[in-house]
Design a protein around this ligand. Structure first.
Ligand SMILES: Cc1cc2nc3c(=O)[nH]c(=O)nc-3n(C[C@H](O)[C@H](O)[C@H](O)COP(=O)(O)OP(=O)(O)OC[C@H]3O[C@@H](n4cnc5c(N)ncnc54)[C@H](O)[C@@H]3O)c2cc1C
Length: 457
């Protein structure tokens, strides 16, 4: 690369979610000049904290845990406080066209044997869960299988099958049958193979002041300029620079780029030279998630912390009552496994879906962000189909020339989570710094048009 060629920044980071924010902090702390380009008019990506009904409410990613090492180290670094969810008191589950009710212990007894058998051997397939391809031969066998294949082989049926498919449809945010068995195993291996600990890790603690507080704390330590409403449409590499073209006609140049966009939107950026085979094959196959998440304020509900769970044929396959308001209404969290089956903007369809659980319930109000139709996410979190992890993952993570990839959807450990976004940004920042050093381009600030770094709030 020609060092005398003048560029706008050493590195351009595309996307301002957690991966982009951490990349900005990590690279600028090494003296690298950065510009962050974000397509939306706000930062945070697939996390978004809003004030709703006097509550700090997350309409995107939220749950985190000390067993997620990268996000937990950020919680420690910035001294953030946790909010703990109330434990569930009763469970309603749908099976064979009927709604049944039981205690938490009874429900646990119903599904846990089949759940453990479904994901048995997780720590053998992923003995080093932060290196998911480590046991390649074992993974190759398991990764051929779908959830349906394994449940059929295990002979799971009746209400146990309904309960297990219900649980799996929450993690896949989709009908789980065609999802990769390896996905559930990978998550389980992250907590040493303990399903109850996994459940706690994924849904018990969030940040009292919201993910926005963590995101802005990270950004406050980053230096560089941030451009909002900057939709990247093309990334071209040439021997002098990376040229980044925006949909509005603007162009930026840099010595390297870090791409952090969600996998479902990667195909909307034209790369020249084109993306490696594995990446483009994955982009055209697509990932699994297709549902949505809501917060609901409901009247005429049981005044206890209820969990309702159904197989994915139910439009609202997960409903969990979290809190009670002074006026007797309750705040509940809901997931639909299919946006097509339940349009999040359709108030009466949502009320109808809630009434399948509690016939007299009334929907007072609800809030959500429609990530599946948002052009800058087109999905919630990434979940894979059989074969995708073993066939494409290596390629997906691999840098291409001076273009590097980071984000939850490219993460080695907590794939699809905030933790993974942070972890992958650390890896990409290290790779970019090494690349600049190798090319003799480190601390090239004097050559840059962006000579005055601006601290971002
Ligand atoms: C409803 C929901 C619930 C979730 N629950 C949890 C949870 O409880 N715990 C957890 O850990 N995770 C959860 N997740 C997942 C988690 O939120 C994400 O995995 C994580 O926030 C992704 O961070 P990221 O930086 O990798 O990507 P993103 O946050 O998606 O950031 C990528 C950024 O790139 C931008 N972008 C896209 N295209 C372009 C373009 N062409 N040009 C410029 N910018 C572009 C986007 O606007 C976005 O800001 C949830 C996600 C959703 C949607």
């Amino acid at each position: 690369m020609d060092q005398s060629f003048e560029v706008d920044a050493d590195v351009i980071i595309i996307g301002g979610g957690f991966a982009g924010a951490v990349a900005l902090r990590e690279l600028s702390s090494r003296g690298v000049n950065c510009i962050l380009l974000e397509a939306r008019d706000c930062l945070g990506g697939r996390t978004r904290t809003i004030e709703w009904h006097g509550r700090v409410t997350e309409v995107g990613g939220q749950w985190l845990h000390w067993l997620q090492p990268h996000v937990w180290s950020e919680v420690t670094r910035y001294g953030l406080e946790l909010y703990e969810r109330k434990p569930i008191q009763r469970v309603r589950y749908a099976s064979g066209g009927a709604i049944r009710e039981c205690s938490v212990g009874e429900f646990h007894d119903l599904y846990s044997g089949a759940w453990q058998t479904l994901y048995a051997g997780a720590t053998d397939v992923f003995p080093r869960p932060h290196d998911p391809l480590y046991a390649q031969a074992k993974l190759a066998e398991i990764d051929k299988l779908s959830i349906r294949d394994k449940l059929t082989a295990d002979g799971v049926e009746g209400e146990v099958l309904d309960a297990v498919r219900g649980l799996a449809s929450v993690s896949f945010n989709a009908p789980p049958d065609d999802g990769a068995l390896s996905q559930g195993m990978r998550r389980l291996a992250m907590v040493g193979g303990d399903p109850d600990l996994l459940a706690q890790t994924l849904q018990q603690f969030r940040l009292r002041d919201g993910t926005r507080r963590l995101h802005s704390a990270i950004l406050s330590e980053g230096k560089g300029s941030i451009e909002l409403n900057a939709v990247v449409s093309q990334i071209r590499q040439n021997p002098q620079a990376v040229e980044i073209l925006l949909a509005d006609g603007r162009t930026f140049t840099s010595r390297a780029a870090v791409v952090t966009v969600p996998l479902s939107t990667l195909g909307d950026i034209e790369f020249s030279p084109p993306l490696a085979k594995g990446k483009s094959a994955f982009v055209s196959e697509g990932q699994m998630t297709q549902g949505s998440m809501f917060w609901l304020r409901l009247r005429n509900m049981p005044q206890e912390a209820l969990l309702a769970l159904a197989p994915p044929e139910h439009p609202l396959s997960y409903l969990r009552v979290d809190d009670e308001e002074k006026d007797g209404t309750v705040i509940a969290n809901g997931f639909s496994p299919s946006r097509k089956a339940l349009d999040p903007s359709d108030r009466s369809a949502i009320e109808k879906a809630v009434r399948l659980w509690v016939p007299k319930a009334q929907l007072v109000e609800h809030v959500y962000h429609d990530w599946a139709t948002d052009p800058f996410s087109k999905q919630t979190w990434t979940m894979l189909k059989p074969g995708q992890l073993s066939s494409y993952f290596d390629d997906l993570q691999r840098p291409e020339g001076s273009v590097f990839f980071a984000g939850a959807d490219y993460a080695s450990g907590w794939f699809g989570f905030i933790d993974g976004a942070i972890q992958s940004a650390h890896v990409a920042s290290r790779q970019v710094a090494a690349y600049l050093q190798e090319k003799g381009l480190e601390h090239s600030g004097s050559l840059n048009k962006v000579d005055k770094q601006q601290r971002v709030a």
